[in-house]
Structure formats: C-alpha cells, structure tokens
Write a protein of this length. Structure first.
Length: 568
C-alpha cells in the first residue's frame, strides 16, 4: 500500500525461515542472543582484568610487579611444601613443643584454678585476698619503668581518681542516654575536647571508641561506605604505609578492602608519597598516614599526603593514636614539629587514643571526622527490627559508661598544663635516649637510631650484632622492649615510668651491647657459633619468621599463644 514501509526481502525471508523451523530445531535468534551474551561477558571480563593489570603496572612498575609475582609464587609453593605429609608432621611437632614451653610461662601449674562457679559465695574478705594475690603475680615491673608502652601514666593520685569515677558509673551504659544522661554529656565533652586539640573546623564531629584499633576500623568502614554511597565503589582499595598500624590490615580483612602497602625507605622511614600516588585508581577509598607510626616513631609527610588527597578527591586518615596528647603540644613544649592535623585541608579523619598519652584508663579512644556527614557512614541503623528501631554509633552496642567517666575525669584532672608538662618530660626523655645512642661511643659504634623520631617513640637496629640477641639480653635484665622486623630492630615507647628510668635503660643497653660483642669475638675465635648455644625467645621467633617465605608456621605459633590466653 502506498505510504507503508516494506520489510527488505532478504530480512523478511530470514524471519519466515525462522517461523517455518520445525519444533525441536535450534532457533537461530536464540543462538545469536547466546553468542552476544557470551561475547559481552568475555569483553567485560577482558576489560576488568586489563584494567587490573594496568593499575598493577602503573602502581608497582614492571620490575615491582614481577618481584611481587615472584614473592607470591614462592610463598604459595613453600606453603604446599609445608603441607607435605612428612614435613607437616615435623612442623606440627615443633610448633606444639614451642607452645608447650610458652604454656609453662603463661599458665603456671602451681596455682589454684577456679573452673566452675563456687558452690557457696565467697566472702568479700576472701575475694579481696585473692585479688591481692592476682595483682601481685610475678610480672614485668612496669611501675619501675621497665616496660615500653603498656602503662602510660600510672601515678597513684590519678589512678585513685579514675577508680572513684569508675565506681560512680559502674552500671552506666551509653546506649541508654535517657537513663544515663551524665555519661552522654561526658562522652560528648571528651570528643569535643579532642576535636579542639586537633584544630577541627566548624561542623567537625567524632565518637568515642574502645581503643585505637576500634577507631581505625571505624575510619576504614566510614571511608568504604562513603565511596559506595557516593561513587558506587564495589571493590574498595586502601593505600597504607608499611609502618602503619596493623589495625588497617585487620580492617582490610574484616571489611573486604583490597590493601596496597607502600614502602617507607631509609633514611627517613616515611611513606613514599610518589608510590602512593601511582597506586591510586577509581577504586581507592582511603589514604593513610601516621603521626607517628608505632614501629619507629616517625611522622609521615602528612602535608604531601594531604595535597595528594585533595588533588585526587580521596579521604585521608591520620593515625595519631600513639601521638595522641603529645603531638599537639610539641610546639608549645619547644620541640620540632610538622603539620599533621585538620589544619591540612586534605585530612578527613584522625584517630587519637585518650588511653595512651591522654592518661585515661585502658579502653578509651576517639575517632574524629572533618564533617558529621562522614561520621554518619560509621553508624548502624536498623529501622525494621522486631525489637524496635535500633541505632548505634559504631560496632559496639552496650559500652561501659564507667570508662567514659574515668576518661573525662582524667582529661579534666590533667588539663593543658599537665599535658604540656608531660610532653616536655616524655619527649625530652626520648630525645635524651636517642642522643645517648647516637653520640655515646660504646652505643654509637654498634646501634643506629632509625630516622628522626619527633615524639616519644624511637627504634634502633644493630650494625653487626643480632639485634634480637640484644633484645633477649635486655629481657634477661628485666626490660620489656618491643622487637621489630623489616628491618630487625628494637622499639622503645617512653612512658611516665620509663622517663624516670631512661638512664638505667641506657646503662643496661650499653652493658648488653658490650657483652654481646664479647660473645661475637669469642665466636669468631672459635670459628663458628656453638651448636648447643641457647637461643632467646626473640631471636628464635624472628629468626624463623625472617627466614620463611611463607609465614604459616608463625601464624600457628601466634594462634597457639592466643589459645593460651584463654586457658584457665
């Protein structure tokens, strides 16, 4: 008919042939659509892996990618070797022997154990007597300054005040702000004080947490949720320095965030910002810097990270859990400092432990955000639960209001003058110890301080000795110091007790270094190390860890240690 369009003959015949096809025969259109779907899926698969390879080469470079592939293959193959029947049996035997030795130290057999509820309630006097015995069990003398970190203040007057504050709010739970309004008020005030300490802008917000790991987990969770909500990121990635706290690795495992670890090369031991920049892609949800890091006490170049974060529109978290109430007072105390807080526009979140150099009791930390909108990404809200509308600010539900009260009391009791004086004492002691190691001939000849630590933590390695032998010899003298790896070193976190004992620490370190050098000279004369010579715990553990391409044996040892922590 005029005005109507006609189907081309060739196309019309194709449709007719389809229409005439017998039942049971293949439908060409159906086959065509399957081929199309397969081609699309293959194309998307190809694009996805091409993009991943491009990002890998861009971030690590060709040589770096090949080296990483070699390490991965070596680790996997060694893992298969460790699982071979004969090898697995021998490894299991040695792990069991090591855990058994550890059990002798951790779970003494000569103590009475209470494994079930008492048939009759104990009297208060009996409980107090047992509590005194438990408090006085043989332990490393933190009170005398022999422990690196762990207890950051410990003065009797503050402990008494914290105990009194705790007693007034023993049953308090912040999840019920209407029942415990005083706890709600104190928690909000603690967060406000810490925000002010880190020069937070108007509109900034925060929350209290159970510790530094909790704060870091929430910062990573908020960044992941923000990227998912605003950019549709379903495969989040995070870039951290190799010296960043291991809580970031825990967050990556818990929250399924791909982790990129960037080297912190000598001599600065700061994160390589250029490598960070190369690793950024459209899936990156968070950059990380430390102020300072735990291993070496080094503050990363937060200014450079801030500029990078602003330029690439990616959140930047600064882990100040360890620096806490010292880093903000460095300038006022007359010590060198660097920019690290919210005055850098690229910094979007900061973690700060009030239970470290804030001197609050353990179980207190804060997570700070540049905006309340960012904080909201860490919230959990369930409007449809049969138990009613449920909302919590973080991963915990019920929380101990007593700890919040003790934290508030600590901050109010110490105040700005107290924290300024503490910074002067603690950083001064750390710098004096570092100077002794650098400048005093017996120590300077053998030990090297890593980088330029600005706060209360320093690390040193040995030039010719096995530094883990040094750590074990110091442990034999009663010192509880931290052994590090990659590179092998010893770490000291100066606390109030340590600040009073640093000269004794330096003297013992000098004696140990000289004794270890004498042993080395004797070994050199003998020609080799004696086969039967005892090896200390640190040297044994880190000697094994450093020599194995696959760390599954170390993981088994650590798992055994954790199991022993819960053995009554």
């Amino acid at each position: 008919m005029p005005g109507t369009s006609r189907m081309p003959v060739s196309l019309r015949e194709s449709f007719n042939s389809v229409r005439r096809s017998r039942p049971g025969t293949a439908n060409p259109l159906h086959a065509l659509s399957l081929d199309l779907v397969r081609n699309i899926v293959f194309f998307l698969f190809l694009v996805r892996w091409t993009r991943r390879v491009f990002w890998k080469l861009k971030g690590r470079g060709l040589l770096g990618t090949v080296a990483e592939l070699y390490r991965d293959i070596r680790r996997v193959l060694y893992g298969y070797f460790l699982r071979m029947p004969g090898v697995r049996t021998q490894v299991r035997k040695q792990v069991d022997e090591a855990v058994a030795k550890l059990e002798i130290k951790m779970v003494p057999a000569d103590r009475t154990r209470y494994l079930t509820l008492p048939k009759e309630p104990w009297s208060e006097d009996a409980i107090r007597k047992e509590l005194d015995a438990l408090a006085n069990m043989d332990h490393t003398r933190w009170e005398d300054g022999y422990v690196s970190g762990a207890v950051y203040h410990g003065e009797d007057d503050l402990i008494r005040l914290q105990t009194e504050a705790y007693g007034k709010f023993t049953v308090a739970n912040p999840i019920h702000p209407d029942v415990f309004p005083g706890v709600r008020k104190m928690e909000a005030e603690v967060v406000s004080m810490v925000l002010a300490l880190f020069n937070a802008p108007p509109g900034a917000a925060g929350a209290s947490t159970s510790g530094g790991t909790d704060s870091i987990l929430l910062a990573c969770l908020a960044a992941r949720q923000k990227a998912a909500a605003e950019r549709g990121v379903t495969e989040p990635e995070m870039i951290i320095p190799e010296t960043a706290h291991t809580a970031f690795r825990k967050a990556a495992e818990y929250f399924k965030i791909k982790l990129h670890v960037v080297a912190c090369p000598a001599p600065t031991y700061q994160v390589d910002v250029r490598r960070v920049s190369r690793l950024i892609n459209s899936n990156t949800v968070l950059l990380v810097g430390s102020a300072p890091n735990f291993p070496h006490g080094i503050i990363d170049d937060i200014s450079a990270l801030s500029k990078l974060a602003l330029r690439r529109h990616i959140p930047l978290h600064v882990d100040c859990c360890l620096g806490s109430f010292l880093v903000p007072f460095l300038a006022a105390a007359g010590f060198p400092t660097v920019p690290f807080d919210f005055r850098l526009r690229g910094v979007t979140s900061i973690s700060c432990d009030t239970h470290k150099y804030g001197f609050a009791p353990k179980g207190n930390s804060t997570i700070l955000y540049r905006s309340a909108a960012l904080r909201a990404h860490q919230y959990f809200i369930d409007p449809s639960w049969s138990g009613g509308v449920y909302a919590s600010p973080g991963m915990s539900g019920s929380r101990p209001g007593a700890l919040i009260a003790a934290c508030w009391a600590s901050l109010m009791a110490v105040g700005e003058p107290g924290y300024l004086a503490a910074t002067t004492a603690l950083v001064g002691a750390a710098r004096a110890l570092a100077d002794r190691i650098r400048d005093h001939p017996p120590l300077a000849a053998e030990l090297e301080v890593l980088g330029t630590p600005l706060v209360s933590v320093l690390a040193f390695r040995a030039r010719s000795l096995n530094v883990y032998d040094v750590a074990d010899a110091m442990a034999a003298k009663g010192w509880h110091l931290n052994a590090l790896q990659n590179p092998p070193a010893i770490h000291v976190a100066v606390t109030m007790p340590v600040a009073k004992a640093w000269e004794r620490l330096a003297a013992d370190l000098e004696a140990v270094v000289e004794a270890e050098r004498e042993k080395e000279r004797a070994r050199a004369v003998a020609g080799k190390k004696s086969r039967g010579e005892a090896v200390g715990d640190s040297a044994a553990l880190y000697g094994v860890a450093g020599s194995l391409p696959n760390k599954s044996v170390v993981v088994d040892l650590a798992r055994g240690f954790l199991d022993l922590c819960y053995k009554a």
